[in-house]
Design a protein around this ligand. Structure first.
Ligand code: TXA
Ligand code: MG
Length: 350
């Protein structure tokens, strides 16, 4: 465990504060330190992407396996082309349609990108974030920024500074407060080196939206060929502390019946109450609150749901929920990324 640091939290809510935070963060990254920065998707744990030592400290701090590559954030096509060995016409068209925004493009890498960033692989993942602070920072710094989500490996990504501080206070020198994340879910990762281009991680830029620019997009199962192309896709991920299950129910009675017989993990104490202390995340059939620790009502709209989901999961952790029950989501392309995250958050064994 590294020795505790004094963590500075930099506000950005006036133009002068934003500018000061940009300058201080750029200075920190340039000198090899780490900083937590806001993006429109989730907060990121940032380092100078060309500084292999700094990037290796990201892996150590998160407890992230080094076979899981990082996204490199850029804020111009020029900077993207400094990292990518090939810039196909499809990249240009996608960038025009979706950048800045929650889309990450996987392209052949240039040697200037250190191995630690790409997990030694031949490709680099590039994203131009839309958050004003992130854009201003990259422009001011002039170098690309490697940043995974600012959570411990496999846990729920942070969408507010409070979430970040709960795990990283005293472990990073700098946290920039850019307010709650507007998208709230990690970016879509699209592999442009595959034929046809393939979604490695679904996000709010969904397959149908991509098909407005590309002729074909593959959404094939991540395990295809047994190759871990995007490790974030495979394991238990995005997970709150309590077991999470996804259910459909007709009414309160039906839900309570289902919860009487829910299978808890083997380490769940047998003398605990049945059903366990439960948080419900509902969007359409809202159960009465009296039987539960919390009933969160999330809007039945994919954008609003994405903005709220991780904050609700963090809240369940904070309240000490023993079980999280999430109302199942519609089976349409605009909900696909959310369904994916809930599925991964519900995996119990690594
Ligand atoms: O929205 C986001 O993407 C956020 C913000 C901070 O930008 N970042 C993020 O990073 O979610 P992270 O490290 O938590 O997830 C990155 C995902 C992982 O699933 C990783 O395996 C995949 O992108 N990835 C990174 N580089 C890759 C590459 N060269 N090829 C395939 N997948 C890659
Ligand atoms: Mg992550």
């Amino acid at each position: 465990m590294p020795a505790p640091l004094q963590t500075a939290v930099l506000p950005t809510h006036t133009p002068a504060l934003l500018q000061a935070a940009v300058e201080e963060t750029a200075r920190a990254l340039r000198s090899g330190r780490l900083a937590v920065i806001p993006t429109e998707t989730v907060y990121g744990l940032a380092a100078h992407a060309f500084d292999a030592d700094a990037v290796s400290r990201i892996f150590a701090l998160k407890g992230r396996p080094t076979h899981n590559p990082l996204i490199v954030h850029i804020a111009s096509i020029d900077l993207a082309r400094r990292c990518a060995a090939d810039w196909p016409d499809t990249a240009d068209r996608l960038a025009r349609a979706f950048w800045p925004g929650p889309l990450t493009l996987v392209l052949p890498r240039k040697p200037v990108v250190p191995d630690i960033v790409t997990a030694g692989g031949p490709t680099v993942a590039l994203r131009w974030p839309a958050h004003p602070f992130a854009q201003a920072l990259i422009r001011h710094a002039g170098f690309p920024i490697a940043a995974p989500s600012a959570n411990l490996s496999a846990r729920t990504s942070p969408t507010t500074v409070d979430h970040v501080r709960r795990t990283l206070d005293g472990l990073v020198p700098l946290i920039v407060d850019g307010g709650p994340c507007q998208v709230g879910l990690e970016s879509t990762v699209l592999d442009l080196t595959a034929r046809p281009p393939r979604i490695l991680r679904p996000g709010m830029v969904h397959a149908e939206a991509l098909r407005s620019v590309l002729d074909t997009v593959s959404e094939s199962a991540p395990e295809t060929g047994g190759i871990h192309r995007s490790p974030g896709l495979l394991d238990r991920h995005y997970a709150p502390l309590a077991p999470l299950i996804v259910r459909t129910w007709l009414d309160d009675h039906d839900l309570n019946q289902q919860l009487q017989s829910v299978a808890m993990p083997p380490d769940f104490p047998t003398d605990s109450p049945r059903p366990p202390v439960t948080c419900i995340l509902a969007h359409t059939r809202i159960p009465a609150a009296r039987n539960f620790l919390r009933v969160a009502v999330i809007p039945h709209d994919p954008e609003a749901y994405a903005r709220a989901l991780y904050a609700e999961l963090h809240r369940c952790d904070e309240l000490g929920a023993q079980l999280i029950v999430v109302e199942s989501l519609p089976n349409t392309p605009d909900w696909a990324a959310l369904t994916d995250r809930l599925r991964r958050a519900s995996i119990r064994t690594p």
